[in-house]
Design a protein around this ligand. Structure first.
Ligand code: NAD
Length: 395
């Protein structure tokens, strides 16, 4: 028998993505899946009901029908990542149901407890391990790609100058100078996009390994005189550094910043507030008309002056703190997310039924709650439950 998998309208205000798109349905149909889609789920992202129906999905008139009829529920924002209506969603979930989506389990701990109480098996996409075999399920990277691209476009749009060098009869236009701080997935995409627009681009990251990637995009890597050899964890993420390190880093970055027309900041440390790398004093040294786009705004921001979700001005410098950039390009954000989810779903299903064991790294890292327990080791630690997960997580 086919297993019913549900997709609902994303109910968080401003969220335009959808967890599954028609073009990806075929990718997991072979796993024995019956897809239920709430009417209108893909509308904001550019996918009408008719396209889902054409691919064999059943369109449901109400949200509760999808919740009640699905054994597995796919969401972009599961409870935890949906502060507005996530709790309401959780009340519609039933014991034994599986939910896959972003859930912010390292910070939304109340929601984790709630999901455990509801006896839901919650898989959190943020916790996908950064290992080669999980690369095609890595939704954080997909969304960071979109965010980096859009950040460069926003910066170009806010800049009172053009990006490329132009030689015209009316004189020569000098290219914009762009610095991208944090050369992870988003930062590298921002660098690539700014380069395509013709800017002179530099990139900076705390991880020495980022140098080669920045340079391979034709950008200059900014080297600061800092001891950063212990800056990377075994997962390839940046580690949080001490306040002395950040102070020295800000001192050295100030000179580089003062020469830029655009600064795009993307620096993040998983599960932590974003480090403040740009102070108000550093912004004041930038020329009027410069632009700073802080895509770490969601996690507090890399710039002291950033106001998440707003634009502020300081001495003629515009500081933009966008939230949820992937949702501003909902078509491709949904398409990429749907691919990641479909690959993950195929991984979790054996002969049309959910089957997993916690010995597997992908399951151990992403399964947050199961059978009434919090199972994810890091989340257990944050809740003071002891790292050792209970036995009952296999399925
Ligand atoms: P992220 O969003 O957590 O952080 C963005 C960037 O900010 C990172 O490059 C980080 O080093 C940088 N940063 C943090 N603190 C900083 C500071 N004080 N100063 C300057 N920069 C700072 O990271 P991400 O983009 O999701 O990924 C980071 C790493 O993971 C990269 O090496 C990436 O290539 C790797 N990765 C691996 C896989 C895989 O193997 N499957 C998938 C995706 C990403």
């Amino acid at each position: 028998m086919a297993i019913p998998v549900g997709v609902v309208v994303e109910s968080c205000p401003g969220e335009r993505r959808v967890a599954m798109v028609p073009g990806v349905i075929a990718a997991f149909k072979k796993s024995g899946v019956d897809l239920l889609v709430e009417s209108g789920a893909g509308r904001e992202a550019g996918f009408p009901d008719a396209e889902y129906a054409e691919k064999g999905a059943r369109i449901c008139g109400s949200r509760s029908e999808v919740f009640a009829g699905s054994e597995i529920l796919l969401q972009v924002r599961a409870p935890g990542a949906n502060p507005e209506t996530g709790e309401q969603d959780a009340t519609m979930m039933r014991p034994g149901q599986t939910v896959i989506g972003f859930a912010e389990p390292l910070t939304a701990l109340d929601s984790v407890r709630l999901m455990a109480d509801r006896q839901v098996s919650l898989f959190s996409m943020e916790l996908m391990p950064r290992i080669t075999r999980a690369q095609s399920m890595d939704a954080l990277s997909s969304m960071a790609t979109i965010a980096g691209y859009k950040a460069a476009l926003m910066a170009a749009d806010a800049l009172p100058r053009m990006m490329p060098m132009l030689m015209t009869a009316a004189g020569t236009i000098t290219p914009a100078r762009v610095l991208v701080i944090g050369a992870g997935v988003a930062g590298l995409q921002a660098i690539a996009t700014a380069r395509r627009l013709g800017a002179v681009v530099s990139g900076y990251d705390i991880r020495p390994a980022a140098r080669e990637q920045v340079e391979s995009l034709g950008a200059r890597f900014v080297v600061l005189d800092l001891e950063a050899s212990a800056s990377e964890d075994k997962g390839g993420y940046a580690k949080a550094m001490g306040e002395d390190f950040y102070r020295r880093q800000r001192e050295l970055l100030g000179d580089v910043l003062a020469q830029q027309n655009i600064v795009i900041t993307t620096a993040a440390v998983p599960g932590k507030k974003a480090p403040v790398l740009v102070t108000a004093a550093m912004v004041r040294r930038m020329a009027p008309g410069s632009v700073l786009v802080d895509i770490a705004a969601e996690r507090g921001g890399n710039c002291e002056l950033t106001r998440p979700g707003e634009e502020v001005e300081e001495g003629g410098v515009r500081i933009v703190g966008p939230l949820n950039l992937p949702s501003t390009i909902p078509y491709h954000a949904s398409q990429m997310y749907a691919r990641n989810i479909a690959t993950f779903l195929n991984y979790l299903l054996k002969e049309g039924q959910p089957k997993w064991n916690r010995g597997d790294e992908i399951v151990r890292e992403t399964l947050v709650t199961h059978a009434g327990e919090v199972t994810q080791p890091r989340v257990r630690e944050l809740l003071g439950l002891g790292v050792e997960a209970p036995q009952a997580v296999d399925r």
